[in-house]
Design a protein. Structure first.
Length: 100
């Protein structure tokens, strides 16, 4: 398995697109049934509300990715996983060339 930031972002986008599509389907199915209730006067507002909700949710992935990248650019420490791996490599090199 390849650990790639762009692959992880793409996977997150696909998952988010699935959730959005499913939510839209449920929303419009609900709108269909609202047409047969006393609340049918609200039907013209279903589409604008759905667009607003989708727009808000669609911003989640880019904003979270921008936050991660901004933290990296501003040199806020890396995750412990990477720090420990780098430290292990440095320690191994120290042993090989006999540094203290």
């Amino acid at each position: 398995m390849v650990n790639s930031g762009s692959a992880a972002a793409k996977a997150e986008q696909w998952l988010m697109n699935f959730y959005l599509s499913f939510a839209l389907l449920l929303g419009f199915i609900a709108a269909y049934f609202i047409a047969f209730t006393p609340y049918q006067h609200l039907l013209p507002y279903v589409d604008p509300v759905m667009v607003a909700l989708v727009s808000g949710f669609a911003l989640k992935v880019p904003l979270s990715q921008m936050g991660k990248q901004l933290r990296e650019v501003l040199d806020m420490g890396a995750d412990d996983y990477y720090t420990l791996r780098i430290q292990a490599v440095v320690d191994q090199i120290k042993k090989e060339i006999r540094l203290r």
